[in-house]
Design a binder for this molecule. Structure first.
Ligand code: B12
Length: 447
């Protein structure tokens, strides 16, 4: 069969006022441009798990009606879904099916809502795709009747035996940032989280040599590729994390990942992270207020327990030569109108190199969604297109939605102006220059 893999690319946000104000600010534009250029690792992973004898091609659509014509020549098209673009994915799927092409839908959104997706697909995949995808391909070959395939009905995916994602399918695309997974899942359960924790229960690490193998495969394609680890929380296991960094160091690769504050507990780990080419750690700080974090992480209240150490941890990581992208969620239940100033103050005081602010967002399938739905606080239920992290679709407790938006707009301008960026970043650069002079190298000054 001719199989098309379709990723929906780009960044989504609808609020016209935020788009007008925020998206022209240097700090905002910078990061958006970088991330919008990531391929879909999920689809490349499926490609690697495809039974032999089929012709595979990777495609992208930036919006509804932007699907490449070539998809209509395929026998089967796999579409990977996030909530924010699900309606676009559904209409593309409807058009393909009307033209006689079989469609399989998988990914985070349809894993949470397979019944909704079934109206738009021949085959729906729930959970991790590595084992169900070959079943779908086989079903499509047999022209089997539409149905849902769930990964929980197959053997668990063994991440110590994942093949190299088919990065080679991207050979003619201009990507220079690529994703690799070193681990899946996270031991913490934050009530809002809609990441890969949704796909499987356990936190699992991959063998370090496989991670290196995947990076080398990317480099064969693009020698100077920047690597983003598509993990939920890379450095949960500190000993394994050190092993990973020691293996990365000789590659001379530049990389980015997401983790939690506990990396700052281990000086040796921080040194290894810096020495192995890490340019940035993204950390979910979520709130400058300990009280707002209480109860957010459902297992051990990790985020509230750690709140008092956040500022020091940021300082320690950045002092080691790695920038921090501190992420804050605005509109948590204990956030009042003073929270915007407290976020600004935290970012200034700690000299956070990068700050990400997003609205509290109820993704389908999360405990947060269930709670807000049962409390009648979803403003427009089932408007999945508003699950962008940049659109308010819930009733906050201590503010009106308008107050939340107004505070967010003002904070966006304060955080992402050129002056604010320079003020926060200057100490990092000066330290980096001093460090480079001491060691006689200059490469590490760039991020
Ligand atoms: C890389 C990434 C991106 C890339 C995606 C590139 C692409 N075209 O796919 C870019 C930068 C474009 C991006 C954009 C956005 N993202 Co993003 N992104 C991620 C990130 C960091 C990693 C995703 C990843 O690679 N996972 C690893 C792969 C292996 O897992 P996977 O994709 O789920 O695939 C597995 C299964 O789902 C399944 N599968 C997937 N698709 C299919 C299809 C079929 C047919 C089958 C059988 C199986 C299957 O099999 C795969 C292997 O097991 C995650 C955060 C994280 N740490 O996970 C956020 C995340 C996915 N993003 C998120 C969001 C909100 C967005 C944006 C809406 C942000 C915005 N405002 O624009 C946009 C969406 C834009 C769009 N076009 O859809 C949320 C999604 C939550 C949700 N439930 O929808 C996440 C979880 C982050 C978060 N804050 O919670 N993102």
């Amino acid at each position: 069969m001719k199989i098309g893999l379709l990723a929906l690319s780009g960044i989504r946000a609808h609020d016209p006022e935020l788009l007008r104000r925020g998206l022209t600010l240097p700090g905002f534009v910078e990061r958006s441009k970088q991330v919008a250029m990531l391929p879909s690792l999920g689809l490349l992973q499926l490609a690697a798990a495809t039974p032999s004898g089929h012709e595979l091609a990777y495609y992208e659509a930036s919006e509804d009606r932007a699907e490449p014509e070539a998809l209509y020549d395929c026998d089967l098209v796999a579409i990977s879904t996030f909530s924010a673009q699900i309606f676009e994915a559904y209409s593309i799927a409807d058009r393909l099916r009307a033209a006689g092409v079989k469609v399989a839908l998988g990914g985070l959104h349809v894993s949470a809502l397979p019944d909704e997706a079934a109206a738009h697909a021949d085959y729906v995949a729930v959970g991790e795709g590595e084992h169900v995808w070959p079943q779908i391909v086989e079903a499509a070959e047999r022209n089997a009747t539409p149905r849902t395939f769930a990964s929980r009905d197959t053997a668990p995916v063994d991440v110590s035996r994942l093949p190299i994602p088919r990065y080679d399918l991207l050979h003619d695309r201009p990507y220079n940032r690529f994703t690799v997974q070193t681990s899946r899942g996270c031991p913490w359960r934050c009530d809002f989280c809609a990441s890969t924790v949704m796909l499987s229960e356990r936190y699992r690490k991959r063998p370090v040599e496989d991670v290196v193998r995947d990076i080398l495969a990317i480099r064969r394609l693009r020698p100077n590729a920047f690597i983003e680890f598509a993990d939920d929380n890379t450095f949960v296991d500190k000993a394994w994390g050190k092993e990973l960094c020691r293996a990365l160091a000789p590659l001379g690769v530049k990389w980015f990942t997401e983790t939690d504050l506990s990396v700052a507990d281990d000086e040796e780990l921080l040194e290894l992270i810096a020495a192995s080419g890490c340019r940035q750690l993204l950390i979910g700080l979520e709130s400058p207020d300990a009280s707002a974090l209480d109860g957010l992480e459902l297992r051990t209240n990790f985020k509230a327990r750690r709140a008092g150490q956040a500022a020091e941890a940021v300082e320690r990581i950045q002092a080691a030569g790695v920038t921090v992208n501190g992420c804050f969620i605005l509109g948590l239940d204990r956030h009042d109108r003073g929270v915007f100033e407290r976020v600004r103050e935290f970012a200034e005081r700690t000299r956070l190199f990068e700050v990400q602010i997003t609205y509290l967002t109820a993704f389908p399938g999360t405990p947060l969604y269930e709670r807000l739905a049962s409390e009648g606080r979803l403003l427009q239920p089932r408007r999945w297109d508003l699950c962008t992290l940049f659109d308010v679709n819930f009733q906050p407790t201590l503010m009106t939605p308008e107050e939340l938006r107004a505070g967010f707009y003002a904070l966006t301008e304060q955080l992402y102006s050129r002056e604010a960026l320079e003020r926060r970043r200057a100490p990092f650069f000066s330290r980096a220059v001093r460090r480079a002079r001491r060691s006689g190298e200059s490469d590490r000054v760039t991020v």
